[in-house]
Design a protein around this ligand. Structure first.
Ligand code: UDP
Length: 382
């Protein structure tokens, strides 16, 4: 008899675990999602009015340097090459992001070579900061006050709702600084957008006789005993009924509008000024330049504190969250037959490709070990 596995959440983390486990022939899976659809926050659908493929929970551009992750995802859907080139709308004009040689030369009205630009930015940087302790230190140490104020301070305050000093330096480290004209937002080897959308990919991953999908239904913690093991990709504190309090998240709200033709000439423009209430505008037809549409649909993105009834997006991981996280993690370590997976399950700021990589790695561990020894987490949350 096949062992029965329950999975909470039909995003990439849960879907890949489901598929890899059933492929072995030893397990059958029931996967639950409280939403009416699969694919979690990667959900895509055609906009009813314009027929443009939209990323309902914000733009998702697939990028990875892991060969196995790229091969895996391409097995489930066709990807078109796509390079994310973001523009920053600042008080001093519109510039190329991430900060690169074009940004430096245009912002400071110079004609520097790569080596000259490196030296020049070195003169702007605050070298009194030895070990950056937070986001602001990191920006001041490597870019100096002017770039920090105009590109990062306002955007980050809007995005996270706190002073950048309260945030870890790791958030800024996501963005490269380049002394050449490469304006690719990502430093990864592979990049693309699925032509039929992410939802279709997740649907295909889950399309297997030994996988039962239950949408608009929650896998509740008390149902654990109905299964031989469960994987939980919902919020970790939610599993424990928020008994120590809630981990803080940011949520996003989107304001949709339709125009004709081309609204902003680029898929994503970041609004770095503190006074502008939204963080960015995404124009989704530019994520699929191989398609043609007369109209265009755009989304203004507003970041807010995540209340009880909101969808959690970005784990904040403030100092107080880490204290709470340690308490939940020690409860999780004592739980039998349960593994926390993914962005919400392990309370980490993760991109899609990292989640996919972790589920592939975890499924290999599970398939080569006894179910009673399966790990408690896809990756240590602390
Ligand atoms: N950021 C910023 N200005 C920008 C873009 C990014 O200050 O124009 C900061 C901001 O704090 C953000 C972080 O850099 O949260 C990481 O940016 P990324 O684009 O990776 O964020 P994501 O696309 O995941 O929202």
């Amino acid at each position: 008899m096949k062992q029965h596995i329950g999975i909470a959440g039909a995003g990439f983390a849960g879907a890949i675990m489901a598929r890899e486990l059933v492929e072995s022939g030893k397990y059958r899976v029931t996967i639950y999602d409280e939403r009416k659809h699969v694919a979690g926050n990667c959900f895509t659908e055609r906009d009813a009015e314009t027929d443009i493929m939209i990323h309902r929970y914000g733009p998702h551009i697939f990028n990875t340097s892991r060969e196995d992750v790229w091969t895996y995802i391409n097995k489930w859907g066709k990807f078109e090459p796509f390079i994310n080139r973001v523009k920053a709308h600042t008080a001093k004009g519109v510039f190329s992001l991430p900060i690169n040689l074009l940004t430096i030369n245009q912002y400071y009205r110079k004609k520097l070579s790569p080596a000259e630009a490196r030296d020049f930015v070195g003169t702007l940087a605050d070298d009194s900061i030895k070990e950056p302790q937070n986001f602001e230190d990191q920006a001041m140490k490597y870019l100096g006050k002017d770039f920090y104020k105009n590109f990062f301070y306002g955007y980050t305050k809007k995005q996270w709702g706190v002073e950048p000093k309260e945030l870890p330096a790791s958030i800024l480290k996501r963005l490269p600084v380049r002394f050449n004209y490469d304006d690719n937002y990502y430093d990864q080897k592979y990049q693309g957008i699925p032509t039929s959308g992410y939802t279709e990919i997740v649907r295909r991953i889950l399309d297997h006789q030994d996988i039962t999908i239950r949408l608009a239904q929650r896998l509740e913690p008390h149902m654990k005993n109905q299964f031989d093991h469960i994987f939980w990709s919902g919020p970790m504190d939610g599993y424990f009924k928020f008994q120590f309090g809630r981990l803080n998240y940011r949520t996003l709200k989107f304001e949709r509008f339709v125009e004709s033709g081309d609204f902003q000439g680029n898929p994503v423009i970041n609004y770095c000024e503190e006074e502008v209430p939204y963080t960015r505008i995404s124009e989704h037809k530019h994520f699929a330049p191989w398609e043609e549409h007369e109209k265009t649909v755009c989304f203004k993105e507003f970041s807010k504190f995540c209340g009880e009834d909101d969808t959690p997006y970005y784990p904040m991981r403030l100092e107080k969250d880490k204290v709470l996280l340690a308490k939940y993690t020690s409860l999780a370590e004592k739980e039998e037959k349960l593994t926390f997976i993914g962005r919400l399950g392990t309370y980490r700021y993760l991109d899609m490709h990292v989640v996919i990589g972790e589920s592939l790695d975890l499924s290999k561990v599970c398939l080569s070990s006894d179910i009673s020894t399966w790990p408690k987490f896809s990756c240590n949350p602390i």
